[in-house]
Design a protein around this ligand. Structure first.
Ligand code: NAP
Length: 259
């Protein structure tokens, strides 16, 4: 049996977090920076990307804001990843976190809504991953974490387009894990469940998940909503050296709501 190729020396492993300007993306940015990664925040909202980069720098970390980037646009993604490569070096960690949600009766989902959901939540990770994989292959080391959703594990009424896109992301994860495991690249997915972020509060405000966050807390085994930091902690493990034998996995972080 041949020896596995040695991993590159630990140290500067540049990370990209899409949607890093808000919610759990922001928490992931902070955690990865704290763990020593230079982190690029690729987000649609340029102001929030800058703000989060500033927070990281204030704490002594290294961060680059790449704002105004729509992950559903391949040209914008390629340009963004090119800039990250020039400023921070090859991207060896990718967290596909940017996403949008939606709530609509299935028969009222029109083509535009369906396509936008697929474009951001599934095409986005497809473009981002294709943009950074060549560099990971060259390095013989890489970590990709796809933020899917617990709704894709159990289904969710009135969210068929969202659930279909997130279920696609789970399938993408498993297939890429098989294809790129031999190259030293792991690919895993975290399907968060009920995490207290602006997205969750907006869903609550719009009456999208039946009841309030407090109502759902009572039905959650650990009796609290998830915190963005809970997702960041799982992510930090999955991108670490120690997680090299973990790939193609669905790592649920949901307070026991899905088992
Ligand atoms: P959030 O607070 O709304 O943050 C999402 C971030 O992604 C925002 O900064 C948003 O920017 C950005 N974004 C949206 N569309 C984008 C695009 N086309 N290109 C680039 N950036 C874009 O949401 P969150 O709750 O942290 O969610 C993060 C991820 O977790 C999402 O993929 C979501 O589906 C998933 N998730 C969340 C929960 C939960 O309980 N919160 C549960 C399951 C899964 P703008 O604000 O400018 O749009």
């Amino acid at each position: 049996m041949s020896e596995p190729s040695p991993a590159p020396a630990p140290g500067r492993r540049t990370a990209v977090v899409t949607g890093g300007g808000s919610g759990m993306g922001r928490a992931i940015v902070h955690r990865l920076a704290q763990d020593g990664h230079p982190v690029a925040i690729v987000d649609l909202d340029a102001g929030r990307a800058e703000a989060v980069a500033g927070e990281v720098r204030e704490k002594g970390g290294e961060a680059l804001a790449v704002g105004g980037v729509d992950v559903s646009d391949r040209a914008q993604v390629d340009a963004a990843m090119g800039r990250v490569g020039e400023d921070l070096g090859p991207v060896l960690v990718l967290v596909n976190n940017a996403g949008i949600t939606g709530f609509r009766e299935f028969l009222k989902i029109n083509d535009e809504k369906w396509r936008r959901m697929m474009a951001v939540n599934l095409d986005g990770p497809f473009y981002c991953t294709q943009a950074v994989l060549p560099g990971m292959i060259e390095a013989g080391w890489g970590r990709i974490v796809n933020i899917s959703s617990s709704s894709a594990q159990g289904g969710q009424q009135y969210m068929a387009h969202y659930v279909a896109a997130k279920a696609g992301l789970i399938g993408l994860t498993k297939s890429l894990a098989l294809e790129f495991g031999p190259k030293g690249i792991t690919v895993n997915t975290i399907p968060p469940g009920f995490i207290d972020t602006p997205m969750l509060r907006e869903s609550e405000r719009r009456g999208m998940f039946g009841g309030t966050v407090e109502d759902h807390t009572l039905r959650t085994p650990v009796r609290r909503p998830g915190r963005p930091e809970d997702i960041a902690a799982a992510c930090a493990f999955l991108v670490s050296e120690e997680a090299g034998y973990v790939t193609g996995q669905i790592i649920g972080v949901n307070g026991g709501r899905n088992t």
